[in-house]
Design a protein around this ligand. Structure first.
Ligand code: UT7
Length: 352
C-alpha cells in the first residue's frame, strides 16, 4: 500500500468580477446585508456561451499537471466534481479529457455529484485508487459555473448572492513515505433533508416526493414523461432551492464533528492543525468552526470574500491559493472539511 500525495495543484477563476452592488441592480439586496451575513464582497462569473465547468476545469487541470511536472498523457484517471455540468449527460470527466487533448489515452473518467463535499469525496476516491497501486497520476477537478443557473430576481436572492464560478484541480501520486500525503478521509451523508438544498428540476421525479400538481405533470399511465414542464418554467422552479438557516445550523455541527473524527483517527488534536481549509460556504460558518477548534487566524485560509461559494471548486482553489501564498510548508498538517447539499459532509487530513 502507498500513501497518495498532492504532487501538483492549479486553479482558474474567470476574469469578470461581480460586486455586491452589481447584484443589487437586479434584486433587492445590499452590500451591507451580503457582507454581514456571508462575508462575501465579490465573486467571479464565467463568460457565458464561451466558458463552462469543463473549460474552467481544464484550465485548472493544465496548471496542476504542469505543477506536478508530468505530461498530460501521463494522467491515468480523471475525477470531476461538479453540480453545474455542461450537460445532463455525459459528465464533465469525459469532456475535460477531450478539452485537454488526451482522448488517445482512453483513460477512465468519472463525475462525482456531491456538491459542496464533491472535492473531498473525489479526493477520497482518488486516494483509494492510488493507495492500492491501481493508478499513479490521478487528476481530481472541482469546477462550477453557477452563474448560468441562478435566479437574478429578488425571489432567488438568498441563494444567488452566495455563489460564484471557478475551478481547482490537484494531481495525486503515490509516495512510499507513509508519514506523508493523505493520512485519512471521512465521508458522511444523510438524505433526510435532501430537498432543503437542491435543484430538483429538471429531473426524473415526475412529481414523486413533492406532488404532481406543483410541477404540472399530468396523472396518466402512458409510458414516458418529460424532465421539464412548462409549469416548471412559468413558476421558476428551475432554480436552486435552499433552506439557508437549516443548512447553516447543520453545517456548524457537522464541520467540527467530521474534523474531530479525522483528528481522532490519526491521534492528533485540533492544536496540531497547521492549516484548515474549510469549504467556502459562508465566512460566518468558517469563523464558527475556527472558534470551536480554537484555531488562530493564521491556521485557517478563507477566500470567500473574493470568490463567493464555488461549491466543488472552493477547497482546491483555497488550497492552491494558500500554498501559493506560502501558508503551507513541507511537514504541515493540513485539514480539509466540507458540508453541503445532500446533506453530505467530509474531511481529509494531509501531511504536506
Ligand atoms: O455551500 C452550500 C451550502 N450553503 C450554505 O452553507 C448556506 C448556509 N446558510 C447561510 O449562509 C445563510 O442562511 C444565508 C446567508 C443563506 C441567509 O442568511 P440568514 O441569516 O440565514 O437569513 P434568512 O434566510 O434567515 O433570511 C433573513 C431575512 C429574510 O427576510 P425577512 O423574512 O426576515 O423579511 C430574507 O428574505 O433576510 C432576507 N434575505 C435577504 N435580504 C437581503 C435573504 N437573502 C437576502 C439577500 N439580501 N441576499
Amino acid at each position: 500500500m502507498y500513501n497518495s500525495k498532492i504532487a501538483g495543484m492549479g486553479y482558474y477563476v474567470p476574469e469578470k468580477v461581480v460586486t455586491n452592488d452589481d447584484l443589487a441592480q437586479y434584486m433587492d439586496t445590499s452590500d451591507d446585508w451580503i457582507q454581514e451575513r456571508t462575508g462575501i464582497k465579490e465573486r467571479r462569473y464565467a463568460e457565458k456561451h464561451k466558458e463552462t465547468a469543463t473549460t474552467m476545469g481544464a484550465e485548472a487541470a493544465k496548471k496542476a499537471i504542469a505543477d506536478a511536472g508530468i505530461n498530460k498523457e501521463d494522467v491515468d484517471f480523471i475525477i470531476f466534481a461538479t453540480l453545474s455540468p455542461d450537460y445532463f449527460f455525459p459528465g464533465c470527466g469525459v469532456l475535460v479529457q477531450r478539452e485537454l487533448g488526451i482522448t488517445d489515452t482512453e483513460v477512465g473518467a468519472i463525475d462525482i455529484r456531491n456538491q459542496c463535499s464533491g472535492f473531498i469525496y473525489s479526493l477520497s476516491v482518488a486516494d483509494q485508487f492510488v493507495k492500492t497501486g491501481m493508478y499513479k497520476n490521478v487528476l481530481v477537478i472541482g469546477a462550477e459555473m453557477h452563474s448560468m443557473g441562478l435566479d437574478f430576481n429578488t425571489r432567488g436572492r438568498n441563494v444567488t448572492v452566495i455563489f460564484g464560478d471557478g475551478a481547482g484541480a490537484v494531481l495525486l501520486q503515490p509516495t512510499e513515505d507513509n508519514s506523508k500525503g493523505v493520512l485519512t478521509t471521512h465521508l458522511h451523508s444523510n438524505g433526510t433533508n435532501a430537498e432543503e438544498l437542491a435543484m430538483i428540476t429538471p429531473g426524473s421525479h415526475g412529481g414523486y416526493h413533492l406532488g404532481l400538481e406543483q410541477f404540472g405533470f399530468p396523472e396518466d399511465d402512458k409510458p414516458g414523461g418529460i424532465y421539464i414542464t412548462q409549469k416548471m418554467l412559468d413558476d421558476h422552479l428551475i432554480y436552486p432551492n435552499m433552506n439557508g438557516p437549516l443548512v447553516f445550523k447543520t453545517a456548524v455541527t457537522k464541520f467540527p464533528e467530521v474534523i474531530k473524527e479525522a483528528l481522532d483517527k490519526t491521534n492528533h488534536t485540533a492544536a496540531d492543525i497547521d492549516m484548515l481549509i474549510p469549504h467556502q460556504a459562508n465566512l460566518r460558518i468558517s469563523q464558527f468552526v475556527q472558534r470551536m477548534l480554537g484555531l488562530n487566524d493564521d491556521q485557517v485560509h478563507n477566500n470567500i470574500q473574493k470568490y463567493g461559494n464555488t461549491t466543488a471548486a472552493s477547497i482546491p482553489i483555497a488550497l492552491c491559493e494558500a500554498r501559493d501564498e506560502g501558508k503551507i510548508k513541507e511537514g504541515d498538517l493540513v485539514c480539509l472539511a466540507a458540508f453541503g447539499s445532500g446533506f453530505t459532509w467530509g474531511s481529509a487530513l494531509i501531511r504536506w
